[in-house]
Design a protein around this ligand. Sequence first.
Ligand SMILES: Cc1cc2nc3c(=O)[nH]c(=O)nc-3n(C[C@H](O)[C@H](O)[C@H](O)COP(=O)(O)O)c2cc1C
Ligand code: SF4
Length: 397
Amino acid sequence: MRRYGSVRDAVTGPELISLVEASGLRGRGGAAFPTGVKLRAVATQRQRPVVVVNGVEAEPASGKDRALLRATPQLVLDGALLAAGAVGAREVIVGVGRRGIQEREVLAAAIDARQRKRIDGRVSLRVVVAPDAFVGGEETALIQFLNGGPAKPMFTPPRPFERGVGGAPTLVQNVETLAHLALIARFGAPWFRELGTRAEPGSTLLTFSGAVARPGIHEMALGTPLRELLADAGGATEPVSAYLVGGYFGRWFTDAAARDLLLHEEHVAAHGGGLGARVIVALPASTCAVAEVARVARYLADESAGQCGPCVHGLRAIADALARIAIGEADERQRLARWLIEVGGRGACRHPDGATRFAASSVEVFADEIEQHLRYGRCAAPDQGVLPIPPRGRGRR
Ligand SMILES: Cc1cc2nc3c(=O)[nH]c(=O)nc-3n(C[C@H](O)[C@H](O)[C@H](O)COP(=O)(O)O)c2cc1C
Ligand code: SF4
């Protein structure tokens, strides 16, 4: 409150929906959906809605949402409560992954402080711990878990805005989206539009890791060139073979291509990618890229929720093929190319689309490395584990 002013001076209620629409805010949880559209869709349902704050952040290389929850929990809660006021909800549930132990403590203290000051009136606010499964942060998986089921994506329709928690219309928003919303409610749409592009205004948090001097969470205006982010992170510490943009649903950019890349959805999408979970990894040339991507492909196959055939069998076949390529056992490139086309878009959720995008761009960008592996077998460079994978079994289900 010292930094941003009291939430009591903010725009509230239905007026806030128009303000968010005018701001052009888009979701920061992966799909970049216009937040104002979602608020209005929930607000126009007949039943009283529920607000869910998505703080699961199961993407292994991402840390932005947990960083935000630790640094400014009240700003996120302000956003959730303001969103609740805008759509007429009286219940707010904050979903946090099992690995977010510190964040849960910070949130508990923040909620306690709000209750002592009676900031939130009649709106109930609680934290729920969700599994860290990769698909557990997908909105319908989180809703199914909150309804007492497994944290697995559900077949849609109905979409969450129609029927979600307890059968009520449900607004699911990412932690960072709600923090932006809380600032827009205080400072207005023109203020928010001072940064970013016309179609994608504002700033965004990015988790930058790999071969950079200052890895961690960075805040940049949308549309910032990747080379500026790199400078902000103190530059590369060693030669970089490629940059992964968008996390494990994202795509690779060669060092040369990455430097001219502008960090906003439209531009990255024009190059076949997306900002996704806003994870960027600078892969050092000293690690074996083929082994790294084969390991991630296996992880993504293992993280299938096991409900849709093409996702279960296709992702496993793709991971097997990449594993055989990585040890130079068999030239699977033709079969792999076919599967990558066949599996995308064939699931109840976007998991197979994201996983095949990652694998397809790996095959394209690391074509020379793959050729070397097939000719001479496993390379001398070790797999340094630059692309993180959570330990198996711990809190993932
Ligand atoms: C496999 C999968 C995993 C996801 N994981 C997360 C997550 O951990 N956190 C998150 O906010 N959104 C995640 N999403 C996106 C959510 O489904 C949803 O779009 C988002 O929470 C909506 O909030 P936003 O509009 O504020 O971005 C995931 C989506 C998919 C397909
Ligand atoms: S596409 Fe895969 S992850 Fe998504 S619901 Fe189907 S089986 Fe589960």
